[in-house]
Design a protein around this ligand. Structure first.
Ligand code: GLA
Length: 388
């Protein structure tokens, strides 16, 4: 990130070089394993990326909020009116939703100028939304001395996305971008919010993220459909035992699902959630033992379950994963995030990574007509202020 250039852009846009803005950053995230478990009170294992969203922000003496981004040409302005901010039809709903949460808590927000720049691809399952929300939250917290702890801001950002933006996501993304730690993944229990930072030491391998470059048109409605199916499973399983969420069941109880859930689709959804929790627990254990090859197998099993039982993959993700597995040096590969498009995450031997990208790119283009993008990320820290 060229901060000098970013600062110059801010001054070009908003003027007044004597009043310096403040710089903040929030990462995107990649989930290594534990998909569609967060809203079921289960386990996830994400890590923060060294890609994310940068924000330059400055207070102004008025009641105007000015938003701009270097990513596309779309400046917006809105007036702070009493208690709430109006919804927009555009990307600024992410920051506006967060501002709204601060206002609801009693923080006296004044006029502000915002300039965003993101280097994590939008809508690709790497949490660009949570990244914009959390960078806004940490900035407001500091500028208005709101005294919030990270967990407060994580919950407020999730609420902004659920209620203001209208995407009913779980807590994983905001948690990962808020609590990320360099070279560690976060083993999070989404029910208790107890978490542990686990070092990610991949020996002679690295993470490669592959973007399907498929736009995820129906993600929201399909996502909500899956949530509803899980709720249905919990309701039907009350005849077995009182349950708050699917993650209260363990893998030895999977064989009982069909007995209580007459709809085979709902039963498969429950099976995915319960088996995925088992895989995350084992994945963390084997990573601590430096058993990368078993970790990779568990990633593969996770994808298979997301394809067969949860049905959130699709031709693009499946092509990347199943063609990828045929290539040398691939330890494990799976979809990451909500699915239906977005990205895969793979663990690949360093000596084979160049061939992995060239060969997979060619096969993927042939089978889908799309050109994938590859990222070789580092695991970074969570959201916070940067020096200018
Ligand atoms: C999206 C949501 C998360 C989580 C994942 C699936 O990224 O925002 O809360 O549910 O999908 O694991």
């Amino acid at each position: 990130m060229d901060t000098k250039n970013f600062l110059n852009k801010f001054y070009e846009k908003y003027g007044n070089r004597n009043d310096k803005p403040v710089l903040f950053f929030s990462p995107g995230r990649v989930n290594l394993i534990g998909e569609h478990t967060d809203y079921n009170g289960g386990f996830v294992f994400p890590c923060a990326l060294n890609y994310g969203t940068y924000l330059l922000i400055r207070k102004i003496k008025s009641n105007i909020l000015r938003f701009s981004t270097l990513n596309f040409n779309d400046d917006e302005e809105t007036v702070l009116k009493g208690l709430f901010v109006n919804k927009s039809k555009k990307w600024i709903n992410y920051p506006l939703g967060v501002i709204n949460e601060f206002i609801k808590r009693g923080t006296q927000i004044t006029g502000l100028e915002f300039l965003y720049y993101g280097d994590v691809p939008n809508g690709a399952g790497l949490s660009s939304s949570a990244s914009i929300e959390m960078v806004t939250a940490v900035a407001l917290n500091e500028l208005f001395s709101a005294g919030l702890i990270t967990l407060d801001m994580v919950k407020m950002s999730q609420k902004a996305e659920n209620e203001f933006v209208g995407m009913n996501c779980g807590i994983m993304d905001q948690f990962a971008v808020g609590f990320g730690k360099k070279d560690h993944a976060i083993f999070l229990n989404c029910d208790t919010l107890f978490y542990e930072n686990i070092p990610v030491v991949l020996q002679d391998c690295s993470l490669i993220i592959t973007n399907t470059n498929k736009r995820r048109g129906l993600t929201n409605s399909k996502y909500n459909e899956r949530r509803a199916e899980c709720d249905k499973a919990v309701e039907l399983l009350q005849a077995y035992k009182p349950l708050k969420n699917l993650s209260e069941l363990n893998t030895d109880e999977i064989h009982l699902l069909d007995k209580f859930i007459s709809d085979p689709v709902v039963s498969k959804r429950a099976k995915h959630v319960i088996s995925e929790n088992g895989r995350v627990t084992e994945a963390v254990k084997v990573l601590k033992e430096n058993n990368i090859s078993r970790f990779g197998e568990l990633m593969n099993l996770s994808h298979d379950s997301l394809r067969d039982d949860y049905e959130v993959t699709g031709i693009e993700l499946d092509t990347l994963v199943y063609e990828g597995r045929k290539l040398p040096g691939v330890i494990g590969t799976r979809m990451t995030g909500a699915g239906f498009g977005g990205c895969t995450v793979s663990i690949v031997k360093n000596s084979d990574s160049a061939k992995f990208m060239t060969d997979l790119s060619a096969t993927y283009l042939k089978k889908t007509g799309l050109v994938p993008d590859f990222y070789q990320p580092e695991i970074g820290n969570g959201a916070g202020r940067l020096d200018l």
